[in-house]
Design a binder for this molecule. Structure first.
Ligand code: HAX
Length: 440
Protein backbone atom coordinates (compact mmCIF):
# COMPACT_ATOMS: atom_id res chain seq x y z
CA UNK A 1 0.00 0.00 0.00
CA UNK A 2 2.77 2.41 1.04
CA UNK A 3 4.45 1.91 -2.34
CA UNK A 4 1.42 3.06 -4.37
CA UNK A 5 0.72 5.92 -1.95
CA UNK A 6 4.34 7.14 -2.25
CA UNK A 7 4.28 6.91 -6.04
CA UNK A 8 1.00 8.81 -6.16
CA UNK A 9 2.34 11.55 -3.86
CA UNK A 10 5.48 11.92 -5.95
CA UNK A 11 3.43 12.32 -9.15
CA UNK A 12 0.97 14.70 -7.49
CA UNK A 13 3.73 16.93 -6.08
CA UNK A 14 5.32 17.18 -9.54
CA UNK A 15 1.93 17.97 -11.13
CA UNK A 16 1.20 20.62 -8.46
CA UNK A 17 4.45 22.44 -9.37
CA UNK A 18 3.64 22.10 -13.09
CA UNK A 19 0.18 23.62 -12.54
CA UNK A 20 1.55 26.44 -10.38
CA UNK A 21 4.07 27.40 -13.07
CA UNK A 22 1.48 27.02 -15.82
CA UNK A 23 -0.98 29.34 -14.05
CA UNK A 24 1.75 31.86 -13.20
CA UNK A 25 2.67 32.18 -16.84
CA UNK A 26 -0.65 31.56 -18.60
CA UNK A 27 -3.36 31.94 -15.93
CA UNK A 28 -5.15 34.80 -17.72
CA UNK A 29 -5.27 33.11 -21.13
CA UNK A 30 -8.84 32.76 -22.46
CA UNK A 31 -9.69 29.16 -23.48
CA UNK A 32 -13.27 29.55 -24.65
CA UNK A 33 -16.37 31.66 -24.76
CA UNK A 34 -19.79 31.03 -23.24
CA UNK A 35 -22.91 31.55 -25.30
CA UNK A 36 -26.22 32.42 -23.70
CA UNK A 37 -27.75 29.16 -24.99
CA UNK A 38 -25.15 27.17 -23.08
CA UNK A 39 -26.19 28.85 -19.83
CA UNK A 40 -29.80 27.80 -20.40
CA UNK A 41 -29.04 24.36 -21.88
CA UNK A 42 -26.98 22.31 -19.50
CA UNK A 43 -23.60 24.06 -19.92
CA UNK A 44 -22.90 21.75 -22.87
CA UNK A 45 -19.41 22.25 -24.28
CA UNK A 46 -18.18 24.72 -21.64
CA UNK A 47 -14.68 23.79 -20.50
CA UNK A 48 -14.50 24.45 -16.78
CA UNK A 49 -13.17 21.38 -15.02
CA UNK A 50 -9.84 19.64 -14.60
CA UNK A 51 -9.88 15.82 -14.48
CA UNK A 52 -6.58 13.99 -14.91
CA UNK A 53 -7.78 10.38 -15.08
CA UNK A 54 -9.42 10.29 -18.53
CA UNK A 55 -10.36 12.41 -21.52
CA UNK A 56 -13.38 12.05 -23.82
CA UNK A 57 -13.16 12.82 -27.53
CA UNK A 58 -16.45 13.28 -29.39
CA UNK A 59 -15.26 11.10 -32.30
CA UNK A 60 -12.82 8.62 -30.74
CA UNK A 61 -14.48 8.14 -27.35
CA UNK A 62 -12.81 7.72 -24.00
CA UNK A 63 -9.07 7.49 -23.39
CA UNK A 64 -7.76 6.64 -19.95
CA UNK A 65 -4.46 8.48 -19.46
CA UNK A 66 -4.12 8.47 -23.22
CA UNK A 67 -5.02 4.78 -23.78
CA UNK A 68 -8.12 3.73 -25.76
CA UNK A 69 -10.15 0.71 -24.64
CA UNK A 70 -8.58 -1.67 -27.24
CA UNK A 71 -5.14 -0.46 -26.11
CA UNK A 72 -6.05 -1.14 -22.48
CA UNK A 73 -7.25 -4.62 -23.46
CA UNK A 74 -3.86 -5.23 -24.99
CA UNK A 75 -1.57 -3.56 -22.46
CA UNK A 76 -3.08 -3.97 -18.97
CA UNK A 77 -2.28 -7.09 -16.90
CA UNK A 78 -4.92 -9.83 -16.97
CA UNK A 79 -6.14 -12.56 -14.67
CA UNK A 80 -4.34 -15.89 -15.08
CA UNK A 81 -5.77 -17.46 -18.24
CA UNK A 82 -8.09 -14.51 -18.88
CA UNK A 83 -8.08 -12.04 -21.75
CA UNK A 84 -9.83 -8.97 -20.29
CA UNK A 85 -7.93 -6.25 -18.40
CA UNK A 86 -8.01 -6.22 -14.59
CA UNK A 87 -9.79 -3.13 -13.20
CA UNK A 88 -7.13 -2.98 -10.47
CA UNK A 89 -4.71 -2.20 -13.30
CA UNK A 90 -6.93 0.54 -14.71
CA UNK A 91 -7.26 2.10 -11.25
CA UNK A 92 -3.47 2.13 -10.91
CA UNK A 93 -3.16 3.74 -14.34
CA UNK A 94 -5.73 6.44 -13.49
CA UNK A 95 -4.21 7.11 -10.07
CA UNK A 96 -0.48 6.99 -10.83
CA UNK A 97 -0.58 7.88 -14.52
CA UNK A 98 1.57 4.92 -15.65
CA UNK A 99 0.87 1.37 -16.76
CA UNK A 100 1.28 -0.99 -13.80
CA UNK A 101 3.36 -4.15 -13.73
CA UNK A 102 1.82 -7.55 -12.88
CA UNK A 103 3.32 -7.10 -9.40
CA UNK A 104 1.69 -3.70 -8.89
CA UNK A 105 -1.68 -5.20 -9.78
CA UNK A 106 -1.26 -8.20 -7.49
CA UNK A 107 -0.30 -5.80 -4.73
CA UNK A 108 -3.45 -3.74 -5.27
CA UNK A 109 -5.64 -6.87 -5.30
CA UNK A 110 -4.08 -7.90 -1.97
CA UNK A 111 -4.52 -4.40 -0.47
CA UNK A 112 -8.21 -4.34 -1.43
CA UNK A 113 -8.70 -7.84 -0.01
CA UNK A 114 -7.15 -6.76 3.30
CA UNK A 115 -9.32 -3.66 3.47
CA UNK A 116 -12.60 -5.26 2.45
CA UNK A 117 -14.16 -5.81 5.87
CA UNK A 118 -17.64 -4.28 6.08
CA UNK A 119 -18.88 -3.48 9.61
CA UNK A 120 -22.12 -5.13 10.73
CA UNK A 121 -24.06 -1.90 11.11
CA UNK A 122 -23.90 -1.42 7.32
CA UNK A 123 -25.69 -4.74 6.76
CA UNK A 124 -28.14 -3.85 9.54
CA UNK A 125 -28.86 -0.54 7.79
CA UNK A 126 -29.60 -2.36 4.53
CA UNK A 127 -31.81 -4.83 6.39
CA UNK A 128 -33.81 -1.93 7.87
CA UNK A 129 -35.00 -0.98 4.37
CA UNK A 130 -38.02 -2.61 2.71
CA UNK A 131 -36.68 -5.33 0.41
CA UNK A 132 -38.62 -3.65 -2.41
CA UNK A 133 -36.34 -0.57 -2.17
CA UNK A 134 -34.54 0.02 -5.47
CA UNK A 135 -31.05 -1.51 -5.34
CA UNK A 136 -29.44 1.88 -6.15
CA UNK A 137 -31.20 3.45 -3.15
CA UNK A 138 -30.04 0.58 -0.93
CA UNK A 139 -26.52 0.97 -2.29
CA UNK A 140 -26.28 4.72 -1.69
CA UNK A 141 -27.71 4.36 1.83
CA UNK A 142 -25.18 1.60 2.57
CA UNK A 143 -22.31 3.82 1.39
CA UNK A 144 -23.54 6.55 3.73
CA UNK A 145 -23.83 4.01 6.58
CA UNK A 146 -20.17 3.16 5.92
CA UNK A 147 -19.21 6.81 6.33
CA UNK A 148 -18.67 6.07 10.04
CA UNK A 149 -15.35 4.60 8.86
CA UNK A 150 -14.08 7.75 7.14
CA UNK A 151 -10.48 8.53 8.05
CA UNK A 152 -10.87 11.97 6.51
CA UNK A 153 -13.89 12.84 8.69
CA UNK A 154 -12.13 11.62 11.86
CA UNK A 155 -8.86 13.38 11.11
CA UNK A 156 -10.62 16.59 10.04
CA UNK A 157 -12.55 16.64 13.32
CA UNK A 158 -9.24 16.22 15.15
CA UNK A 159 -7.78 19.27 13.38
CA UNK A 160 -5.98 17.79 10.35
CA UNK A 161 -3.51 20.04 8.54
CA UNK A 162 -4.69 20.79 4.98
CA UNK A 163 -1.41 19.31 3.70
CA UNK A 164 -2.69 15.92 4.84
CA UNK A 165 -6.11 16.01 3.15
CA UNK A 166 -4.82 13.94 0.24
CA UNK A 167 -3.47 11.25 2.61
CA UNK A 168 -6.79 10.74 4.41
CA UNK A 169 -8.69 10.86 1.10
CA UNK A 170 -6.36 8.24 -0.36
CA UNK A 171 -7.05 5.89 2.58
CA UNK A 172 -10.80 6.46 2.34
CA UNK A 173 -10.76 5.81 -1.42
CA UNK A 174 -8.90 2.51 -0.97
CA UNK A 175 -11.17 1.35 1.86
CA UNK A 176 -14.34 2.27 0.00
CA UNK A 177 -13.35 0.58 -3.27
CA UNK A 178 -12.31 -2.52 -1.33
CA UNK A 179 -15.69 -2.75 0.41
CA UNK A 180 -18.10 -1.92 -2.42
CA UNK A 181 -18.29 -5.42 -4.02
CA UNK A 182 -19.28 -6.97 -0.67
CA UNK A 183 -22.02 -4.37 -0.12
CA UNK A 184 -23.34 -4.61 -3.68
CA UNK A 185 -23.38 -8.42 -3.59
CA UNK A 186 -25.17 -8.33 -0.22
CA UNK A 187 -27.92 -6.14 -1.72
CA UNK A 188 -28.26 -8.46 -4.73
CA UNK A 189 -28.48 -11.66 -2.67
CA UNK A 190 -30.85 -10.02 -0.19
CA UNK A 191 -33.25 -8.74 -2.84
CA UNK A 192 -33.15 -11.55 -5.36
CA UNK A 193 -31.71 -14.73 -3.73
CA UNK A 194 -33.68 -15.02 -0.48
CA UNK A 195 -30.87 -13.46 1.55
CA UNK A 196 -28.60 -16.45 0.95
CA UNK A 197 -25.26 -14.68 1.15
CA UNK A 198 -21.94 -15.96 -0.15
CA UNK A 199 -18.69 -15.43 1.73
CA UNK A 200 -15.82 -13.73 -0.14
CA UNK A 201 -13.10 -15.83 -1.78
CA UNK A 202 -9.75 -14.29 -0.85
CA UNK A 203 -7.96 -16.13 -3.66
CA UNK A 204 -9.78 -14.24 -6.41
CA UNK A 205 -9.18 -10.81 -7.92
CA UNK A 206 -11.50 -7.86 -7.09
CA UNK A 207 -13.96 -8.52 -9.96
CA UNK A 208 -13.73 -12.31 -9.79
CA UNK A 209 -14.54 -12.20 -6.09
CA UNK A 210 -17.42 -9.80 -6.79
CA UNK A 211 -18.84 -12.23 -9.38
CA UNK A 212 -18.41 -15.08 -6.86
CA UNK A 213 -20.24 -13.18 -4.07
CA UNK A 214 -23.05 -12.34 -6.49
CA UNK A 215 -23.36 -16.11 -7.07
CA UNK A 216 -21.87 -16.43 -10.57
CA UNK A 217 -19.03 -18.95 -10.80
CA UNK A 218 -18.91 -19.09 -14.60
CA UNK A 219 -15.46 -18.01 -15.84
CA UNK A 220 -17.20 -16.15 -18.70
CA UNK A 221 -19.17 -14.03 -16.21
CA UNK A 222 -15.98 -13.29 -14.25
CA UNK A 223 -14.31 -12.14 -17.47
CA UNK A 224 -17.38 -10.03 -18.26
CA UNK A 225 -17.11 -8.41 -14.81
CA UNK A 226 -13.43 -7.57 -15.43
CA UNK A 227 -14.33 -5.93 -18.75
CA UNK A 228 -17.44 -4.27 -17.30
CA UNK A 229 -15.62 -2.84 -14.26
CA UNK A 230 -12.88 -1.51 -16.56
CA UNK A 231 -14.96 0.21 -19.24
CA UNK A 232 -17.51 1.84 -16.89
CA UNK A 233 -14.90 3.28 -14.53
CA UNK A 234 -14.46 6.80 -15.88
CA UNK A 235 -15.70 9.16 -18.61
CA UNK A 236 -13.77 12.37 -17.89
CA UNK A 237 -15.08 14.94 -15.41
CA UNK A 238 -18.28 16.55 -16.69
CA UNK A 239 -20.70 13.61 -16.57
CA UNK A 240 -23.23 13.75 -13.74
CA UNK A 241 -21.69 11.10 -11.44
CA UNK A 242 -18.10 12.31 -11.81
CA UNK A 243 -18.99 15.97 -11.58
CA UNK A 244 -21.21 15.45 -8.53
CA UNK A 245 -18.51 13.49 -6.70
CA UNK A 246 -15.99 16.22 -7.50
CA UNK A 247 -18.39 19.03 -6.52
CA UNK A 248 -19.31 17.53 -3.14
CA UNK A 249 -15.65 16.74 -2.49
CA UNK A 250 -14.77 20.37 -3.17
CA UNK A 251 -16.62 21.34 0.02
CA UNK A 252 -14.34 18.81 1.75
CA UNK A 253 -17.04 16.19 1.93
CA UNK A 254 -15.17 12.92 2.53
CA UNK A 255 -14.95 10.14 -0.05
CA UNK A 256 -18.08 8.39 1.30
CA UNK A 257 -20.24 11.54 1.14
CA UNK A 258 -18.86 12.56 -2.24
CA UNK A 259 -19.27 9.13 -3.82
CA UNK A 260 -22.78 8.65 -2.37
CA UNK A 261 -23.75 11.97 -3.98
CA UNK A 262 -22.23 10.79 -7.27
CA UNK A 263 -24.22 7.55 -7.02
CA UNK A 264 -27.44 9.50 -6.70
CA UNK A 265 -26.48 11.22 -9.94
CA UNK A 266 -25.75 7.89 -11.59
CA UNK A 267 -29.22 6.67 -10.54
CA UNK A 268 -30.93 9.05 -13.00
CA UNK A 269 -32.44 7.46 -16.17
CA UNK A 270 -30.60 9.84 -18.51
CA UNK A 271 -27.30 8.65 -16.95
CA UNK A 272 -26.47 5.27 -15.36
CA UNK A 273 -30.03 4.01 -14.91
CA UNK A 274 -30.24 3.87 -18.72
CA UNK A 275 -28.68 0.37 -18.52
CA UNK A 276 -31.78 -1.00 -16.75
CA UNK A 277 -34.06 1.00 -19.02
CA UNK A 278 -32.56 -0.60 -22.13
CA UNK A 279 -33.31 -4.16 -21.07
CA UNK A 280 -36.71 -3.20 -19.67
CA UNK A 281 -37.53 -1.60 -23.04
CA UNK A 282 -36.39 -4.69 -24.94
CA UNK A 283 -38.23 -7.11 -22.65
CA UNK A 284 -41.39 -5.03 -23.08
CA UNK A 285 -40.91 -5.00 -26.84
CA UNK A 286 -40.49 -8.80 -26.94
CA UNK A 287 -43.56 -9.22 -24.77
CA UNK A 288 -45.66 -6.92 -26.90
CA UNK A 289 -44.51 -8.44 -30.19
CA UNK A 290 -44.66 -11.97 -28.81
CA UNK A 291 -41.26 -12.86 -30.26
CA UNK A 292 -37.74 -13.42 -28.95
CA UNK A 293 -36.21 -12.22 -32.20
CA UNK A 294 -38.01 -9.14 -33.53
CA UNK A 295 -37.23 -8.14 -37.11
CA UNK A 296 -35.75 -4.80 -38.08
CA UNK A 297 -39.21 -3.65 -39.31
CA UNK A 298 -40.85 -4.62 -36.02
CA UNK A 299 -38.13 -2.81 -34.06
CA UNK A 300 -38.49 0.31 -36.26
CA UNK A 301 -42.21 0.35 -35.58
CA UNK A 302 -41.65 -0.06 -31.82
CA UNK A 303 -39.10 2.80 -31.83
CA UNK A 304 -41.63 5.07 -33.53
CA UNK A 305 -44.18 4.20 -30.87
CA UNK A 306 -41.65 4.90 -28.11
CA UNK A 307 -40.93 8.33 -29.61
CA UNK A 308 -44.63 9.12 -30.17
CA UNK A 309 -45.25 8.36 -26.49
CA UNK A 310 -42.82 11.18 -25.63
CA UNK A 311 -40.09 8.84 -24.38
CA UNK A 312 -36.42 8.50 -25.25
CA UNK A 313 -34.92 5.40 -26.84
CA UNK A 314 -32.71 4.26 -23.95
CA UNK A 315 -29.05 3.53 -24.68
CA UNK A 316 -28.89 5.93 -27.64
CA UNK A 317 -27.50 9.47 -27.73
CA UNK A 318 -24.81 11.23 -25.75
CA UNK A 319 -24.05 14.74 -24.55
CA UNK A 320 -20.46 14.64 -25.85
CA UNK A 321 -19.96 11.58 -28.10
CA UNK A 322 -20.85 11.85 -31.80
CA UNK A 323 -20.00 8.27 -32.86
CA UNK A 324 -20.73 4.74 -31.63
CA UNK A 325 -19.38 4.54 -28.09
CA UNK A 326 -16.21 2.38 -28.03
CA UNK A 327 -17.54 0.95 -24.76
CA UNK A 328 -20.51 -0.37 -26.80
CA UNK A 329 -18.10 -1.81 -29.37
CA UNK A 330 -15.99 -3.53 -26.69
CA UNK A 331 -19.12 -5.24 -25.36
CA UNK A 332 -20.22 -6.18 -28.88
CA UNK A 333 -16.83 -7.83 -29.41
CA UNK A 334 -17.27 -9.70 -26.14
CA UNK A 335 -20.70 -10.87 -27.35
CA UNK A 336 -19.29 -12.04 -30.70
CA UNK A 337 -16.59 -14.02 -28.91
CA UNK A 338 -18.61 -15.59 -26.09
CA UNK A 339 -22.28 -15.76 -27.21
CA UNK A 340 -22.71 -14.99 -30.93
CA UNK A 341 -25.94 -17.02 -31.16
CA UNK A 342 -27.74 -15.57 -28.14
CA UNK A 343 -31.08 -14.18 -29.44
CA UNK A 344 -31.14 -11.24 -27.00
CA UNK A 345 -27.60 -10.22 -27.93
CA UNK A 346 -28.55 -10.52 -31.60
CA UNK A 347 -31.55 -8.28 -30.95
CA UNK A 348 -29.18 -5.64 -29.50
CA UNK A 349 -27.28 -5.81 -32.80
CA UNK A 350 -30.47 -5.51 -34.87
CA UNK A 351 -31.50 -2.51 -32.76
CA UNK A 352 -28.03 -1.06 -33.52
CA UNK A 353 -28.69 -1.41 -37.27
CA UNK A 354 -32.22 -0.02 -37.00
CA UNK A 355 -32.27 2.86 -34.49
CA UNK A 356 -29.58 5.34 -35.68
CA UNK A 357 -31.22 6.17 -39.06
CA UNK A 358 -34.58 6.73 -37.33
CA UNK A 359 -33.09 9.04 -34.70
CA UNK A 360 -31.06 10.81 -37.40
CA UNK A 361 -34.22 11.41 -39.42
CA UNK A 362 -35.74 13.41 -36.55
CA UNK A 363 -33.17 16.10 -37.23
CA UNK A 364 -32.76 17.26 -33.65
CA UNK A 365 -30.71 14.49 -32.02
CA UNK A 366 -27.02 15.35 -32.03
CA UNK A 367 -25.84 11.76 -31.61
CA UNK A 368 -27.99 8.90 -32.94
CA UNK A 369 -25.43 6.24 -32.00
CA UNK A 370 -25.48 3.76 -29.09
CA UNK A 371 -23.79 4.52 -25.77
CA UNK A 372 -22.33 2.12 -23.17
CA UNK A 373 -25.75 1.24 -21.75
CA UNK A 374 -27.21 -0.09 -25.00
CA UNK A 375 -25.31 -3.37 -24.72
CA UNK A 376 -24.43 -4.23 -21.14
CA UNK A 377 -27.76 -5.75 -20.02
CA UNK A 378 -27.92 -8.38 -22.76
CA UNK A 379 -24.51 -9.78 -21.76
CA UNK A 380 -25.61 -9.99 -18.12
CA UNK A 381 -28.89 -11.71 -19.03
CA UNK A 382 -26.90 -14.28 -21.01
CA UNK A 383 -25.23 -15.44 -17.78
CA UNK A 384 -28.53 -15.44 -15.89
CA UNK A 385 -28.50 -11.99 -14.28
CA UNK A 386 -31.99 -10.96 -15.38
CA UNK A 387 -32.73 -8.63 -12.45
CA UNK A 388 -32.23 -5.42 -14.40
CA UNK A 389 -32.93 -3.06 -11.50
CA UNK A 390 -29.55 -4.15 -10.16
CA UNK A 391 -27.56 -3.15 -13.24
CA UNK A 392 -26.85 0.43 -12.20
CA UNK A 393 -25.30 -0.85 -8.96
CA UNK A 394 -22.72 -2.72 -11.08
CA UNK A 395 -22.06 0.55 -12.92
CA UNK A 396 -21.70 2.30 -9.55
CA UNK A 397 -19.12 -0.17 -8.24
CA UNK A 398 -17.07 0.43 -11.37
CA UNK A 399 -17.55 4.21 -11.39
CA UNK A 400 -15.99 4.36 -7.90
CA UNK A 401 -12.61 3.58 -9.50
CA UNK A 402 -12.56 6.70 -11.66
CA UNK A 403 -14.25 9.23 -9.41
CA UNK A 404 -12.29 8.21 -6.32
CA UNK A 405 -8.96 8.26 -8.17
CA UNK A 406 -9.96 11.78 -9.26
CA UNK A 407 -10.91 12.75 -5.71
CA UNK A 408 -7.39 11.78 -4.57
CA UNK A 409 -6.01 14.09 -7.26
CA UNK A 410 -8.41 16.89 -6.25
CA UNK A 411 -7.15 16.85 -2.67
CA UNK A 412 -3.49 16.31 -3.61
CA UNK A 413 -3.60 19.33 -5.95
CA UNK A 414 -5.40 21.40 -3.31
CA UNK A 415 -8.35 22.23 -5.55
CA UNK A 416 -10.66 24.82 -3.97
CA UNK A 417 -14.39 24.90 -3.38
CA UNK A 418 -16.28 24.76 -6.70
CA UNK A 419 -18.69 27.64 -7.04
CA UNK A 420 -19.66 28.83 -10.53
CA UNK A 421 -21.79 31.94 -11.00
CA UNK A 422 -25.50 31.67 -11.79
CA UNK A 423 -27.83 34.35 -13.14
CA UNK A 424 -31.59 34.90 -13.57
CA UNK A 425 -33.63 35.29 -16.76
CA UNK A 426 -34.65 38.79 -15.56
CA UNK A 427 -31.00 39.78 -15.36
CA UNK A 428 -30.39 38.38 -18.83
CA UNK A 429 -33.33 40.43 -20.18
CA UNK A 430 -31.97 43.60 -18.56
CA UNK A 431 -28.50 42.86 -19.89
CA UNK A 432 -29.90 42.38 -23.42
CA UNK A 433 -31.54 45.81 -23.14
CA UNK A 434 -28.25 47.28 -21.94
CA UNK A 435 -29.68 48.04 -18.50
CA UNK A 436 -27.37 45.86 -16.43
CA UNK A 437 -24.00 44.18 -16.36
CA UNK A 438 -24.52 40.39 -16.35
CA UNK A 439 -21.52 39.53 -14.20
CA UNK A 440 -20.63 40.65 -10.70
N1 HAX B 1 -34.28 9.09 -27.89
C1 HAX B 1 -35.15 10.08 -28.15
N2 HAX B 1 -34.85 11.38 -28.12
C2 HAX B 1 -33.57 11.71 -27.87
C3 HAX B 1 -32.59 10.74 -27.63
C4 HAX B 1 -32.98 9.37 -27.63
N3 HAX B 1 -32.13 8.39 -27.36
N4 HAX B 1 -31.41 11.36 -27.40
C5 HAX B 1 -31.64 12.68 -27.49
N5 HAX B 1 -32.96 12.89 -27.76
C6 HAX B 1 -33.65 14.18 -27.87
C7 HAX B 1 -33.49 14.97 -26.59
O1 HAX B 1 -34.41 14.51 -25.60
C8 HAX B 1 -33.73 16.37 -27.08
O2 HAX B 1 -35.11 16.53 -27.27
P1 HAX B 1 -35.85 17.92 -26.96
O3 HAX B 1 -35.14 18.96 -27.77
O4 HAX B 1 -37.26 17.65 -27.39
O5 HAX B 1 -35.70 18.14 -25.49
C9 HAX B 1 -33.06 16.36 -28.44
O6 HAX B 1 -33.03 14.98 -28.86
C10 HAX B 1 -31.64 16.91 -28.45
O7 HAX B 1 -30.87 16.19 -27.50
P2 HAX B 1 -29.29 16.06 -27.68
O8 HAX B 1 -28.71 17.43 -27.66
O9 HAX B 1 -28.99 15.19 -28.84
O10 HAX B 1 -28.88 15.23 -26.38
P3 HAX B 1 -28.53 15.77 -24.92
O11 HAX B 1 -27.10 16.12 -24.88
O12 HAX B 1 -29.51 16.81 -24.47
O13 HAX B 1 -28.84 14.47 -24.04
C11 HAX B 1 -28.78 12.18 -23.48
C12 HAX B 1 -27.99 13.37 -24.02
C13 HAX B 1 -27.83 11.02 -23.25
C14 HAX B 1 -29.41 12.58 -22.14
C15 HAX B 1 -29.88 11.80 -24.51
O14 HAX B 1 -29.27 11.39 -25.71
C16 HAX B 1 -30.81 10.70 -24.00
O15 HAX B 1 -31.78 11.01 -23.32
N6 HAX B 1 -30.52 9.39 -24.34
C17 HAX B 1 -31.31 8.28 -23.83
C18 HAX B 1 -30.95 7.93 -22.40
C19 HAX B 1 -29.56 7.33 -22.31
O16 HAX B 1 -29.23 6.41 -23.03
N7 HAX B 1 -28.75 7.82 -21.36
C20 HAX B 1 -27.40 7.29 -21.12
C21 HAX B 1 -26.31 8.20 -21.66
C22 HAX B 1 -24.93 7.66 -21.42
C23 HAX B 1 -24.62 7.65 -19.97
O17 HAX B 1 -24.49 8.62 -19.28
N8 HAX B 1 -24.54 6.46 -19.45
O18 HAX B 1 -24.46 6.31 -18.15
Amino acid sequence: MGIIKDRFKEKADAKAIEIKDLLKEHGTKVIGEVQLAQVFQGMRGITGLLTETSLLDAQDGIRFRGYSIPELQEKLPKYDGGSEPLPEALFYLMLVGELPTEEDVQHLTAVWQRRSHVPNHVFATIEALPVSTHPMTQFTIAVMALQTESQFAKRYAAGMNKKDYWDATFDDAMDLIARLPRIAAYIYRRKYKNGEHIQPNGLLDWSGNFAHMLGYEDEGFQELMRLYMTIHADHEGGNVSAHTTHLVGSALGDAYQSFAAGLNGLAGPLHGLANQEVIKWIFEMREELQTESPSSEQIADYVQRTLSAGKVVPGYGHAVLRKTDPRFTAQMEFGKKHMPDDPLVQTIWTVYETVPPILQSLGKIKNPWPNVDAHSGALLVHYGMVEYEFYTVLFGVSRALGVLASLCWDRALGFPLERPKSITTDLVQKWLKGEDEIWE
